[in-house]
Design a protein around this ligand. Structure first.
Ligand SMILES: [Zn+2]
Length: 192
């Protein structure tokens, strides 16, 4: 069992509303649970497991739909109550340098999966053990999951947590992310 260090819970006002946050540190990586103010009163919260994407979330890259999905999730949990777990596994857990190298391969015509495979990775290298720790720490037994990703649905169900509803994270398609979204849909089974 990995050792995970927890922070206290603190207030964090944002442009989406007021949240409470709790940080989790595993080895060299840190994750953040972002909770609506009423989170502890909820028995069936909205939950989004958001995978870190520096290029999308921070600098507004149009090559993916991460920033739009994060904005949508924060707005939904602010309005309806819930939790966003900001899972720090950049580039489906290959890290930023490898992700940018994969982007270079995409510039040359490879799709998002082919590029990762060409660099010697699996199409998805993410490890959800720290997410399992956080869901358990926050005592979540059932939830409404905001996702398009069937592997996240399977992961939650395997933990013995009931998914009462799946809410799709539908965001806009542009000329830069069209191929990426189609690859996720057609080759990774994502639901839209
Ligand atoms: Zn992204």
């Amino acid at each position: 069992m990995k050792q995970i260090i927890k922070s206290e819970i603190a207030n964090l006002p944002t442009k989406f509303g007021k949240f409470k946050v709790k940080a989790y540190k595993e080895e060299c990586q840190e994750h953040l649970a972002i909770m609506s103010e009423n989170f502890t009163d909820l028995v069936n919260p909205l939950v989004r497991i958001h995978s870190e994407c520096l290029t999308g979330d921070t600098i507004g890259s149009l090559k993916c739909d991460c920033s739009n999905q994060l904005d949508l999730a924060l707005a939904l949990i602010s309005q309806n109550g819930g939790l966003v777990i900001y899972h720090r596994q950049e580039g489906r857990n290959i890290g930023l340098v490898n992700k940018i190298n994969a982007y270079k391969l995409q510039d040359e015509g490879y799709n998002t999966i082919e590029a990762n495979l060409k660099l010697g990775f699996k199409e998805d290298e993410r490890d959800y053990s720290s997410v399992a720790f956080i869901l358990n720490d926050l005592n979540i037994k059932k939830l409404k999951l905001i996702t398009n990703n069937p592997s996240k649905i399977n992961f939650i169900e395997d933990l013995g947590i009931t998914i009462t509803q799946r809410i799709p994270a539908i965001t806009s398609i542009n000329k830069y992310n069209k191929n990426y979204i189609e690859t996720k849909k057609e080759e990774m089974g994502h639901l839209f």
